[in-house]
Write a protein that binds this ligand. Structure first.
Ligand code: ADP
Ligand code: ASP
Ligand code: MG
Length: 416
């Protein structure tokens, strides 16, 4: 007998029929003798609609009320799944974030989980064989008693936090793909499913655009050593043997992965914008005069490139910011114009960041160089580059995103 967390994302609970399907997945594990806590997302499309309603009501709304609205999606699914489980003869009870409680910080809209009380769930496993159905994405700020939410995709993080709290043997992430692929399988049909991926690589993949798991959930899993298994909810529940390993991807420690490829995966993101400041005086303190005000405005700068300007006397500075902060970043730079002293400002939002990830890069040289060559052969211009120990990222025109991802996917031998 083991203890499991089963997390189901939005498409897996999109309508009542799918919720019934989820209930059968849960029944299978309960019948096999496992203690189960289920974590659910809102039904597909619900959170988007709730977010849109807040915007419609007022573009500048109170973040505490935004949370009160958007947390409701998960409340509905938790109740519906408990009903569906009871209809199958399974003892089940729903739990909202405030009921457990799942305590969080007070950063409304992207709160961090501070503590999860799993005691009551464990007691009920033992005494009543009761399945817990926990609403994902939401928690409570203890001091103010207000409902909080964890940021988009946050149910993954709820699931991992619950798994850590009840010391689950495994945290199964059921979604609309049967695992983590070498790149988004919806964009590259030749993407391959990975049997295993290390926490570090998954963290990079998620941070760099692979939306299959929320970034924070991987950090939490790494800290608490939660075994996460990404699998499909669309397989017929009754066809799965609960004692065998179904298709899926285990996110685990690097040491558990025997055959390490140089490149594990490719991620991409169109959520960035580029700003170039032309003809900046080439003297000490200039970078501080640019990036200081941006930091004060809470704008995250990602890639930075500095090159000598065409006139040979000044320098051009190019950097990227999240697309959502683009307008604010441009205003901030314009305000600091006198302090910085620059000739002009260019910017672009139709850019994409392509990232190549692999722990094997630590011990292999020339991995990035071959990418530059392959992209050049296809006429794709690289606007900016950043590298770190296990990844490098390239900024290109958004129109070439798919071509670039497919090219690199083949180049590194990742195609099926
Ligand atoms: P859920 O609603 O279950 O949380 P998400 O939509 O958040 O599901 O995540 C699953 C989606 O992530 C997939 O449909 C897929 O298109 C996308 N995705 C992006 N990159 C990858 C990847 N490398 N491997 C698998 N799926 C990926
Ligand atoms: N329902 C929330 C969202 O759509 C959380 C989640 O699904 O993980 O972002
Ligand atoms: Mg998700």
């Amino acid at each position: 007998m083991g203890r499991l967390v089963m997390k189901f994302g939005g498409t897996s609970v999109a309508d009542i029929e799918r919720i019934r399907n989820v209930a059968r997945h849960v029944k299978r594990e309960v019948d096999a003798g496992h203690e189960v806590a289920v974590v659910v997302s809102a039904m597909a499309g619900t959170t988007n609609r709730l977010v849109e309603w807040c915007r419609e009501a007022s573009p500048m709304h109170d973040a505490r009320e935004y949370d009160a609205v958007v947390a409701s999606g998960e409340q509905v699914t938790a109740g519906l799944l408990a009903i569906a489980l009871q209809a199958l003869g399974i003892n089940a009870r729903s739990w909202q974030g405030w009921q457990l409680p799942i305590k969080t910080s007070d950063v409304h809209g992207s709160a961090r989980i501070l503590d999860v009380n799993g005691e009551e769930l464990v007691r009920r496993f033992r005494e009543r064989k009761e399945v817990a159905v926990v609403a994902g994405f939401q928690g409570i700020h203890a001091e103010t008693g207000r409902i909080t939410t964890l940021g988009r995709g946050g149910s993954d993080t709820s699931a991992v936090a619950v798994a850590a709290a009840i010391q689950a043997d495994r945290c199964d992430i059921y979604t609309d793909v049967d695992g983590v692929y070498t790149t988004d399988p919806r964009v590259v049909p030749r993407a391959r499913r990975l049997d295993k991926i290390s926490f570090e690589e998954m963290l990079e993949m998620a941070s760099l655009g692979a939306k299959v798991m929320q970034v924070r959930s991987i950090e939490l899993g790494m800290v608490h050593q939660v075994r996460m298994f990404v699998r499909s909810s669309f397989d017929k529940p009754e066809d799965i043997d609960p004692h065998s390993t179904p298709p899926g991807t285990l996110i685990c420690d690097e040491a558990e992965i025997m055959e390490q490829q140089v490149v594990t995966g490719i991620a991409f993101s169109k959520d960035e914008a580029q700003i170039s400041i032309r003809h900046v005086q080439d003297k000490p303190g200039v970078a501080a005069s640019i990036f200081g005000p941006l930091a004060e405005a809470n704008i995250n700068v990602d890639m930075i490139v500095q090159v000598v300007s065409a006139d040979g006397a000044t320098t051009d500075l190019t950097f990227t910011v999240p697309a959502a902060d683009y307008d604010r970043a441009k205003e901030t730079i314009a305000k600091a114009r006198e302090r910085i002293g620059y000739g002009g400002l260019d910017s672009a939002t139709d850019v994409a960041k392509i990232s190549v990830i692999g722990i094997g890069m630590r011990s292999h040289a020339g991995v990035a160089a071959s990418a530059f060559k392959a992209l050049a052969e296809r006429g794709i211009n690289i606007r900016a580059i950043t590298t770190s120990e296990i990844k490098f990222s390239l900024l290109i025109d958004a129109a070439f995103t798919e071509l670039a991802v497919r090219t690199l996917h083949s180049l590194y031998g990742l195609d099926k």
